[in-house]
Design a protein around this ligand. Structure first.
Ligand SMILES: Nc1nc2c(ncn2[C@@H]2O[C@H](COP(=O)(O)OP(=O)(O)OP(=O)(O)O)[C@@H](O)[C@H]2O)c(=O)[nH]1
Ligand SMILES: [Mg+2]
Length: 283
């Protein structure tokens, strides 16, 4: 992943802007929705986030519940809860899960509203800010809460750019621009996990490396998935490529088209053809 570290410089402009946005807007915000990907509860977590958002009310929203390995991800939920986080594991395609977010928001802001009432003020409209790394579902969350397709939703990194509060049908307004932050890429496994789940622009990745990371993860922790999806039982890289290449008809001049195989595996994870996978292992 070393060559990618320099290319990650596509992001610092965004990141500096996001941090500035958060700092400037924080005084108007009542609650932060920190969004992370349930398949990578460690890798998608922004390390210095608590420094940036200080003592604000916060919900750690773990998205893509439908794609993760619940057993493994639940260990991370417990871990974050034990550290004092308010955690919600959600599938952003499921309407009920939005109700959970609203319920939790109301619960957490009750004392704030009670205080206002005690001071003779009326209830206020709660203002929320969504933050998180690329591709975790920030725009999906904002769009569905606001009930309109305003923020652009795309399954690739770094699509969101500008800023306004959107009304929702709840007593909640949500900043239309999420704070897009970047996790540290110091650990190689973190970088690979982020790449494998679509948080890094595909164009700058070494697809073979990502594909092997995915296949190895499946081999080590989800051998039944590897067998079911690709009919693979052992983890010799070449033979895995061959088996998948034959299965999907990826040939070039009568030889396996390795690029096509890598892309296929990457897309199978991205599109959820392969699901039930959590890349960050608890132990
Ligand atoms: N299966 C599943 N897909 C989801 C979920 N949440 C988001 N997605 C998908 O993940 C992809 C990225 O979602 P976005 O809402 O664009 O993510 P984002 O955080 O705004 O991404 P950037 O704008 O690139 O920073 C889209 O294809 C969404 O449909 C979820 O809970 N389950
Ligand atoms: Mg977005």
């Amino acid at each position: 992943m070393n060559e990618n570290k320099t290319n990650i410089n596509w992001y610092p402009g965004h990141m500096a802007k996001a941090k500035r946005l958060i700092k400037e807007e924080l005084k108007n915000i009542d609650i932060i929705y920190e969004v992370i990907d349930a398949r990578i509860p460690y890798s998608s977590k922004i390390k210095d986030i608590d420094e940036i958002v200080k003592n604000k009310l916060k919900i750690l929203i773990m998205t893509k519940k439908d794609l993760c390995d619940l057993e493994e991800t639940n260990k991370w939920c417990k871990h974050y809860e034990s550290k004092g986080y308010n955690v919600l594991l959600v599938d952003l395609n499921n309407n009920k899960d939005y109700e959970e977010i609203i319920k939790y928001t109301n619960k957490l802001t009750t004392s704030l509203q009670e205080k206002r009432k005690a001071n003779g003020l009326k209830e206020k409209e709660i203002r929320a800010l969504v933050i998180g790394i690329p591709n975790v579902g920030k725009s999906t969350l904002i769009n569905r809460l606001a009930g309109k397709n305003i923020a652009s939703v795309e399954n690739r990194a770094g699509v969101t750019k500008n800023l306004t509060y959107l009304k929702t049908k709840y007593n909640l307004a949500i900043l239309d621009t999420p704070g897009i932050l970047w996790p540290s890429l110091d650990e190689e496994n973190v970088a690979l996990n982020l790449a494998a789940t679509g948080a890094i622009k595909k164009e700058i990745l070494n697809m073979d490396e990502i594909c092997l990371h995915i296949l190895n993860t499946l081999y080590n922790y989800y051998p039944e998935l590897l067998e079911e999806k690709y009919n693979i039982r052992d983890n010799d890289a070449l033979s895995m490529y061959e088996i998948i290449g034959k299965k999907v008809g990826a040939f070039k001049n009568n030889e396996i088209n390795y690029d096509k195989v890598s892309l296929k595996v990457y897309n199978d994870i991205l599109s959820g053809v392969i699901k039930g996978v959590t890349f960050d292992r608890w132990q």
